[in-house]
Design a protein around this ligand. Structure first.
Ligand code: AGP
Length: 368
């Protein structure tokens, strides 16, 4: 194993650091095709122009990739998108519109709940299904009309990292492709999206370079029982992903909220013993996030803020700040995934848990 791990201590750490490469490999496929339907398989040119809505089905981290994609699909493609936990969808009396594209997201392509949700969608009358998957020829892409393979390479750590960020690239490409087909993305906008993808691996590398600073924070979390993660808009699903990573590998109870929801309940949890991680890039919601942070600080909660260079945050009593790269626009959620992955990893290390094989969990969940 040590040969395979190279300079890294765990597969998870190695896979976190492989992201610039995993992303550029996946982006290469997108740029070669230039957001054309063919990116999603031989039948995509026939099927994608018929799509009037999107239904995403997935579990766990892949579900959070779906939640992120909803923002892109509705704003870039201008069509409705709903995202559902596969194990819930498969057992409910769902409404099916055959003009809606079913998108399953699965690293392994073998997750039983996702596979069964796909079969159920077909029974209900869906006949356009796209699989976003990392494992070639696995069960879910084989049962789908369309497929986009992420090029993350084998992911061994139970906690998904590079699969998630590359799924996001595939989903972003889907949003832009649907947007083009619907006449909502002109040549200039398309060029902008291509540039954003080209610059992504460099920004992700910049975020990886924050590891020593994030490691320095981990000691402050190691003795905690609970943590809250906050984000808004596209960064809310990233807060969910950060909380899941921390739960899975450090066994600290963590929850994520869209920051505006604090006052509707979770604020009651905040006191001096509650660390609150905030993803606060300089976007349209930054001022809102700042006022949500004051609500936390006023109750004694300790803030750990990931803010990009343009957010203009400074450290103060109970407010710790790590500066992520300059705001990268529409793909910012991908860049901000890196620090929450690294935080979970270093907190787990500090607590001495089995990072690559956390208790009670399996890499691919092929049972109900
Ligand atoms: C992520 O860290 C998890 N281990 C888990 O939530 C995982 O994402 C989920 O089981 C779905 O797996 P899949 O992507 O292979 O379908």
């Amino acid at each position: 194993a040590s040969l395979e791990l190279g300079p890294y201590s765990h597969f998870m750490q190695k896979e976190i650091h492989e992201q610039p490469k995993a992303l550029s490999d996946t982006i290469e496929a997108v740029l070669e095709n230039g957001f054309a339907a063919g990116l999603f398989g031989a039948r995509a040119a026939e099927l994608l122009p018929q799509v009037e809505g999107v239904k995403i089905l997935a579990c766990g981290t892949s579900f959070y990739a779906g939640l992120t994609a909803k923002y892109w699909i509705e704003s870039i493609a201008g069509i409705s998108c709903d995202v559902e936990i596969a194990s819930e969808y498969r057992y409910r009396d769902a409404f099916a519109n055959p003009r809606h594209l079913v998108v399953t997201i699965s690293q392994s392509g073998e997750t039983l709940d996702t596979m069964e949700a796909l079969k159920y969608a077909k029974e209900l009358g869906h006949n356009m299904a796209l699989s976003i998957c990392n494992v070639r020829e696995s069960a879910i892409p084989r049962a789908s009309e369309l497929v986009f393979y992420t090029r993350a390479g084998a992911e061994i750590g139970v906690a998904s990292t590079k699969a998630f960020t590359t799924q996001l690239v595939g989903l972003f490409a889907l949003a832009v492709t649907l947007g083009k087909l619907r006449g909502r993305v002109d040549a200039q906008a398309e060029h902008g999206y291509q540039e954003a993808l080209r610059q992504l691996p460099g920004s992700v590398q910049h975020a990886l370079n924050l590891e020593p600073q994030i490691k320095a924070w981990s000691d402050k979390f190691a003795a905690k029982q609970n943590a809250l993660f906050l984000g808004r808009g596209l960064h809310y699903p990233i807060a969910l992903e950060g909380a899941l990573k921390l739960k899975e590998i450090s066994y600290i109870h963590a929850e994520a909220y869209p920051a505006g929801e604090l006052k509707h309940g979770p604020l009651a949890l905040v006191d001096e013993s509650m660390p609150v991680v905030v993803i606060a890039p300089n976007d349209a919601l930054l001022e809102k996030v700042k006022s949500n942070m004051q609500e936390v600080r006023a109750r004694g909660g300790e803030l750990f803020v990931f803010a990009d260079l343009d957010s203009h945050f400074s450290e103060s009593d109970g407010v710790h700040v790590i500066r992520t790269p300059r705001h990268v626009g529409v793909l910012s959620a991908i860049v901000h995934t890196i620090p929450v992955q690294l935080l979970a990893y270093h907190v787990a290390l500090a607590r001495g848990t089995d990072v690559d094989k956390p208790r009670n969990l399996a890499k691919s969940v092929t049972v109900e």
